[in-house]
Design a protein around this ligand. Structure first.
Ligand code: ZN
Length: 509
């Protein structure tokens, strides 16, 4: 593996047909380590991504002015100029200019879009291989601020990892980049500045959950804080009215209306402000997702309708909206709740979304196999689904299979730091349900990734595991973990194809 120089010397010099070069790279991948679909000819140079002993590189063979912009080491072989470049953010920007399909883009108009958050920056090739032949738009770069902090990554790194994967895979159909669960104007600005193409605005800080069950006098006091203009508008539009969306109708009484206004009024103001002052002004198409899913109680049809109607009336162009559904969407495990009730309520939410012309978004969508058929069917195949943690768990599975010693240490560390991780994520896992790891044989370790309790414990501790350091500031797991996943790159890709493939099949794709 890694004899890419032979590929360059024997072939790039003599053969100018890119398809022939790609076919040869594919046939001889074990020897050359040249990613077949990354082979491209631009001007007088052939560029490709290669697999080195410990990391991947971009190799450019030949001579052309655009190569000057790449930073790397130059050599010459039999009169052929060769430049070997690290997969840096700067070099990625050069590639993104030369190959426009490696830039993230908005997905407006695409029916099925799937968020494939990749916390390690290693999963996108597997994701691309999974969806390549399907009519699915992948949002390969998707990360929340919380995830950035927990993994110690930046949006530049997140986009760059996705763009390099797209280049490696020669995936030309487009992908998105989601600044997920952003809360403030500054976060939105920062995300747009680095090129995110989708903004998911999390309004939870502006939703007044206490108004949902406030008594009448308290409610009146809250309501009086809105302007006369706002109140008159809401009263005229919603009080004592029945609304129809598709085959579903619901009634909003005057008290309901006041409650809706008090719970969501602040979130609507905040959203309208951010949308018009930042997102609409950024000068390129952006997919805007409104997220009201981080609330204590499920979103009622009236709440959903009210929020959407108000935003659309204020000129906000919504691509997708994430309600909070009944039941529990816990991390890394299947849906917990009453499937019949979910189906009924989801059907109404889907009808409201269809009425207004945007897509329903399902968050924490990793491993929710029970509800996927409902999502696929009741939306008539128009939805956004977000996954992230499950991709990390597949990486953990590869580690458990091949580096049991590393897995054992990660497992023990995760259990030790569980309470810390629970500050960020709510899970129902009970450590006492997890078998004592010392009693398990190495061959039994991968099976821990099939059990809910151990899945969740490893799921929510990813940030602590990735950032853990010893007293000399050396990483406890990170470097080793990345090197195992590099060694078993193909296996990780295959694991993702299998697992995310199962998601897609269950959705009806
Ligand atoms: Zn969410």
């Amino acid at each position: 593996m890694g004899n890419w120089k032979n590929f360059v010397k024997n072939l790039c010099l003599k053969e100018s047909n890119v398809e022939v070069l790609r076919a040869e790279a594919e046939r001889g991948f074990e020897d050359y380590g040249v990613y077949p679909r990354s082979v491209n000819k631009v001007g007088n140079a052939v560029v490709m991504m290669v697999r080195g002993d410990n990391e991947k590189y971009l190799v450019a063979a030949g001579d052309d002015t655009w190569l000057q912009n790449l930073k790397g080491t130059e050599t010459e072989e039999e009169g052929l100029k060769i430049k070997v470049c690290p997969l840096s953010y700067e070099n990625c920007n050069v590639i993104r200019e030369i190959f426009p399909y490696t830039n993230p883009q908005a997905h407006k108009g695409r029916n099925i879009t799937i968020g494939l958050g990749d916390r390690l920056g290693l999963a996108s090739p597997g994701h691309i291989e999974t969806i390549r032949d399907l009519d699915v738009f992948p949002v390969l770069a998707q990360q929340s601020i919380r995830e950035l902090n927990l993994t110690g990554r930046t949006y530049k790194e997140v986009i760059s990892a996705a763009a390099w994967a797209v280049f490696q895979e020669g995936y030309t159909k487009g992908y998105g980049a989601d600044g997920d669960h952003l809360k403030t104007a500054d976060e939105v600005k920062m995300s747009l500045d680095v090129g995110m193409t989708m903004i998911t605005l999390d309004c939870s800080d502006h939703i007044d959950n206490s108004a949902a069950d406030a008594d009448v006098s308290e409610l009146k006091e809250k309501y009086s804080r809105f302007t006369k203009e706002e109140r008159e508008k809401w009263e005229a539009r919603y009080a004592n009215k029945t609304f129809n969306t598709g085959s579903h109708s619901f009634h909003i009484s005057e008290e309901d209306m006041v409650r809706l206004a008090c719970v969501y009024g602040g979130a609507i103001r905040h959203t309208v402000d951010i949308y018009h002052n930042i997102i609409a002004k950024c000068g390129r198409p952006i997919d805007f997702e409104m997220s009201i899913d981080e609330t204590l109680t499920p979103t009622s049809p009236a709440s959903h309708y009210f929020v959407a109607a108000e935003l659309i009336d204020a000129g906000v162009e919504i691509t997708s909206l994430a309600p909070r559904f009944c039941g529990e969407f816990q991390k890394g495990i299947d849906y917990i709740g009453d499937l019949k009730q979910f189906t009924e309520e989801f059907t109404v939410h889907a009808a409201i979304a269809e009425h207004f012309g945007y897509k329903i978004s399902v968050h924490s969508g990793s491993d929710k196999f029970m509800v996927f058929p409902v999502v696929g069917e009741k939306t008539n195949g128009r939805y956004h689904l977000k996954t992230a943690g499950t991709n990390w768990l597949e990486a953990v599975r590869v580690i458990a299979r091949h580096k049991p010693d590393l897995y054992r240490r990660m497992h023990a560390f995760a259990l030790e730091h569980l309470e810390e991780a629970k500050k960020y994520y709510h899970i129902g896992a009970k450590p006492e349900n997890i078998p004592d790891i010392d009693s398990l044989k190495d061959s039994e370790l991968p099976d821990l990734m099939n059990r809910d309790d151990s899945r969740q414990v490893l799921h929510i501790t990813y940030g602590l595991i990735l950032q853990a350091k010893d007293e000399n500031q050396n990483s406890l797991f990170r470097d080793e973990l990345y090197s195992v996943l590099y060694e078993y790159e193909r296996e990780y890709t295959e694991a993702l194809k299998k697992h995310i493939g199962r998601h897609l099949r269950t959705l009806g794709l």
